[in-house]
Ligand binder design. Structure first.
Ligand SMILES: NC(=O)c1ccc[n+]([C@@H]2O[C@H](COP(=O)([O-])OP(=O)(O)OC[C@H]3O[C@@H](n4cnc5c(N)ncnc54)[C@H](O)[C@@H]3O)[C@@H](O)[C@H]2O)c1
Length: 363
């Protein structure tokens, strides 16, 4: 890819498209927004008028043929993510697709086949990985500064009322592709799994306690990691006081992030507790405090990484195996919740009902 600006386009001009447009604008020196498509032409027109995007289309084919984008952000409801990702790659574009990327491990394999066929890549939006503090923590853990990870707590305790589920695509396996585990907890769960490393097995429960929906509104899981570390993952949309809380207890320090939708430097804390040396200065705390300028874990940060990956011809870190680990965990969580089994990594493959459908059932 040369030095010219990357041509970016958006499919789906609803709520989350705003974050993508602002993300592209923040990197306006490297990319230009050439078009937006929405089956609701009025929605595309409104977004186009709001941000001065000249190419407005009601159809995806018209967008792809007229603007020939290098990169497409897919911001539609989940059920069409796989089909659209493959269509965009077939048209020669890389894809940044909203979560959940696809309905099942089988669909993920179809996307990966599409990548191999076209040479393009499809990355899932997991914006929380790309904040400065998360990147710094990941680096400190990988270089060994923090010692082993022993335990983790990952709580997505959010609130969504029944009216939230009145939007036609929400609340069913077919159109939302899952319940709170897939739709809401996926952000923090992905951050947890990305930071903690390979998971080995999952034991879980799920239920629909209060909302009139087909999918679950609460789930809870125990996870064991390859190094023996243990964690819990709790997700609900029934919590009156909302929070996203992640706690990692490493050998050398407890690291936490507490917030709701924002994961900025100020949301994180680093505490050596009983491990704090009697004689200051504490070199490890200083290493944590060397955290660079705040880059919030948001769409703009992830788009910055995606543009750099495209220029370098690199696989984005939330594509292929980088998304499989999280999607496989969610598949295993549902399988465990619905069968009562403990589910091991690598065990859900072709022929397993939870490979074709994340909930293992029909519809
Ligand atoms: N990353 C995040 O933090 C975050 C936050 C909110 C939503 N999301 C995800 O973003 C996606 C969209 O959510 P939203 O809240 O913006 O939804 P929305 O309903 O507000 O907007 C979706 C838009 O897509 C359009 N659309 C539907 N099918 C289409 C098709 N086949 N082709 C073109 N356009 C089509 C609709 O007309 C609508 O304008 C979902 O997958 C959701 O889970 C992610």
């Amino acid at each position: 890819m040369g030095k010219e600006r990357i041509k970016a386009a958006i499919i789906g001009a609803g709520g989350i498209a705003q974050a993508h447009v602002r993300g592209f604008q923040e990197h306006g020196d490297q990319c230009e927004l050439v078009g937006v498509a929405d089956t609701d032409r009025g929605a595309a027109e409104r977004l186009g008028a709001q941000y001065g995007i000249s190419g407005v289309y009601a159809g995806v084919d018209a967008l792809l043929e007229s603007t020939r984008p290098d990169l497409v952000a897919i911001c539609t409801p989940p059920a069409v993510h796989t089909e659209l990702s493959i269509r965009c790659m077939d048209a020669g574009a890389w894809v940044l697709c909203e979560k959940p990327l696809c309905a099942s491990l089988e669909e993920l394999d179809r996307i990966v086949e599409g990548e191999e066929r076209t040479g393009c890549r499809t990355a899932s939006v997991f914006q929380w990985r790309f904040g400065s503090a998360a990147q710094h923590l990941k680096h400190m853990f990988e270089v060994g500064s923090l010692g082993s990870l022993y335990t983790g707590v990952c709580n997505t305790t959010w609130f969504r009322d029944q009216a939230y589920y009145d939007v036609p695509w929400r609340g069913t396996w077919k159109s939302e592709l899952g319940g709170v585990t897939m739709g809401h907890g996926i952000h923090l769960t992905d951050l947890f799994l990305w930071l903690a490393g390979d998971w080995l097995e999952v034991k879980a429960m799920a239920g629909t306690l209060a909302r009139n929906i087909e999918v679950e509104d609460v789930s809870s899981a125990l996870v064991k990691f390859r190094n023996g570390a243990l964690g819990t993952v709790l997700t609900t949309v029934l919590a009156p006081r909302q929070e996203s809380y992640l706690r990692l207890d490493f050998e050398e320090a407890t690291v936490e992030t507490r917030g709701l939708y924002s994961v900025s430097n100020e949301n994180w804390s680093f505490d050596r507790g009983e491990r704090r040396p009697a004689d200051p200065p504490d070199a490890l705390t200083e290493q944590w405090s060397a955290l660079s300028t705040d880059v919030p874990g948001g769409h703009a940060a992830q788009i910055g990484h995606m543009l750099a990956d495209m220029r370098e011809g690199r696989r984005p870190s939330t594509s292929g195996d980088g998304v499989r680990r999280t999607l496989e965990f969610i598949s295993a969580l549902y399988k465990s919740a619905f069968t009562g089994e403990t589910v091991r990594t690598g065990s859900i493959g072709p022929g397993d009902p939870y490979y074709a459908k994340i909930h293992g059932g029909q519809g």
